[in-house]
Design a protein around this ligand. Structure first.
Ligand SMILES: Cc1cc2nc3c(=O)[nH]c(=O)nc-3n(C[C@H](O)[C@H](O)[C@H](O)COP(=O)(O)O)c2cc1C
Length: 261
């Protein structure tokens, strides 16, 4: 075939595309396990951070993250309706997103402020155990912001009411506006705030403007400026997941047992 013919050019371009696509597809497949591993480590890092198990600015290797996580964090799967532990499930491999998507292991959610569509029958949580004693509990939370579903962790002290911390590991809010949910300064406003009112109903909310001190204004967190809708979404996800359709029944048991479960 003459080198300057149209057929030759098209054939040559097709061959280059074929080789490149094989290379790209091969790399994607080969790197997938590493990507999943990195994602898992990143989640463990977020869990350690929200549990207060990392010093500010501490730089841990993957091995150190795994070690510290295994030392202090115990994943547990609970029946969300009763709050009782579900012993028939391996908590380490439980996939909550899959459980939420599967009609056999979830139910349609009533209208809710987090705009969660389906509630899983069972939910995972993470106990923080120090010197054989419960030091706190971490709950996965998710809910709609302005642009995206925001995924994070909310940690409570063992009293089942006082916030230990909050962190987000995935969202698509605007950097500098709703994306400020990732800002450590904003997250530092959370510890010490209270979740439940006297009737046991989640009351904590992100307010518009500034909240008072922890002592004077225990149920409020400063709003994110220019991001009222994201702020509202954060209120929604906290109130939903710690309410009666989320981990509320578990937290009620925790409070009744005075942090012994
Ligand atoms: C490009 C762009 C990005 C925005 N991103 C966000 C966001 O991430 N979260 C949010 O709540 N509002 C965001 N907003 C603002 C909202 O549209 C809305 O005006 C805002 O939530 C109102 O909040 P405010 O009363 O604090 O101004 C964005 C607006 C623009 C133009």
């Amino acid at each position: 075939m003459p080198q300057h013919s149209t057929a030759y050019t098209i054939g040559f371009a097709a061959a280059v595309c074929g080789v490149c696509s094989l290379f790209v597809a091969g790399s994607a497949v080969a790197l997938k396990p590493r990507q999943l591993d990195n994602k898992a480590i990143d989640r463990q890092l977020k869990v350690l951070a929200v549990a207060g198990l990392m010093e500010g600015g501490e730089d841990l290797s993957k091995e150190q993250v795994r070690e510290r996580y295994d030392q202090y964090i115990q994943p547990v799967v609970v029946d969300l309706k009763t709050g009782a532990p579900a012993s028939d499930v391996d908590a380490k491999s439980f996939d909550q997103q899959e459980a939420m998507a599967n009609p056999a292991s979830s139910a349609k959610a009533p209208e809710n402020p987090a705009k969660v569509q389906r509630i899983p029958n069972k939910g995972v949580l993470f106990k923080i155990v120090k010197d054989g004693k419960l030091d706190g509990v971490i709950f996965p939370v998710q809910g709609k912001g302005l642009w995206s579903t925001m995924y994070g962790y909310l940690a409570l002290e063992a009293d089942g009411n006082t916030v230990k911390g909050i962190t987000f590991y995935e969202h698509g809010e605007t950097p500098g506006l709703g994306g400020e949910i990732e800002n450590p300064l904003w997250q530092s406003l959370w510890p010490g705030r209270q979740i439940y009112d006297r009737e046991g109903v989640p009351k904590l909310q992100v307010v518009k403007g500034q909240a008072g001190s922890v002592a004077d204004d225990p149920y409020a967190i400063d709003g994110l400026s220019g991001a009222t809708l994201t702020s509202r979404g954060v209120t929604g996800l906290v109130q939903f997941w710690l309410g009666e359709n989320g981990y509320g029944p578990y937290v009620e048991r925790l409070r009744a047992e005075k942090g012994e479960i």
